[in-house]
Design a protein around this ligand. Structure first.
Ligand SMILES: [Zn+2]
Length: 256
């Protein structure tokens, strides 16, 4: 009997949380200038047809209703909110049901910061970061870098895409460069081999077309190559057809 009561209480609490989440998504309104901001700043959005544009707007709305964006020494503007949400949704646009369940807050810093999240002093070379430990469920982005990323949508670098790729990689429990939700079991080993072969190649050549930061480890490789894939797909296809095909299968599985 007590067991039954406990189960009923858990169900009621569960439903209350679910209803609350539903309500917050329902109540949240996108900033009034959203369409204009998207049109002026997000190349990915401009390449969608009208139906998909509406879907994209609905998904950034859902993302922003569930994710706090907080400025640290900087004022968060609607532009920042829309760009962050766009970076998040671009990567998972082919997965209608995918939601980022592993993030609650994005902290926006003005410029670069260091690994201790400090914006003063030396070693400030970090543009974005996905938190671990106490910073679990947090992401940090540099406002300057975020805005610059969308101003140059085809230079192969985008801080938001980079950090959200880490979150997708991390969704299976570990940020190890193997985004298991995007791969079948049979694809895991060919993917790891391709990553390692490419990293070896990058290190051997002084001038790699892939950002050399991607050679740091497998996780950074996945984040860097995702930036390349979304920003310069044709160049990636030309220079690394195998990688391009794998990423196409990962990010646009229904197109295959
Ligand atoms: Zn990274």
């Amino acid at each position: 009997m007590i067991g039954l009561i406990i189960i009923i209480i858990i169900l009621i609490i569960g439903f209350a949380i679910y209803a609350d989440r539903k309500r917050s998504v329902h109540n949240y309104q996108l900033p009034s200038g959203t369409k204009q901001i998207l049109t002026d700043n997000v190349a990915f959005y401009n390449n969608l047809d009208d139906k998909d544009k509406l879907l994209f707007e609905a998904r950034i709305k859902d993302f922003l209703a569930n994710t706090t964006i907080r400025g640290v020494g900087v004022e968060v503007e609607d532009l920042d909110r829309i760009l962050i949400a766009s970076g998040a949704i671009m990567l998972i646009f082919s997965f209608p049901d995918w939601k980022y369940n592993n993030i609650s807050e994005v902290l926006l810093y003005k410029g670069m910061f260091n690994k201790e999240y400090s914006t003063d002093g030396a070693d400030r070379n970090v543009l974005g970061m996905v938190g671990d430990g106490a910073m679990h469920r947090e992401m940090i982005l540099s406002q300057q870098s975020l805005r610059a990323s969308f101003k140059n949508p085809t230079n192969g670098e985008n801080t938001a895409i980079h950090e959200f790729a880490h979150l997708i990689d991390k969704a299976d429990g570990t940020a190890d460069g193997i985004p298991e939700y995007l791969l079948t079991k049979q694809q895991v080993h060919p993917w790891i081999k391709l990553v390692h072969d490419t990293i070896t190649e990058m290190k051997a050549h002084s001038h790699s077309d892939i950002n050399i930061y991607g050679a740091t480890n497998d996780a950074e490789f996945f984040a860097v190559i995702s930036e390349y894939f979304f920003e310069r797909p044709n160049k990636l296809k030309e220079h690394h057809p195998e990688l391009y095909t794998m990423l196409e299968v990962m990010f646009h599985p229904q197109a295959k």
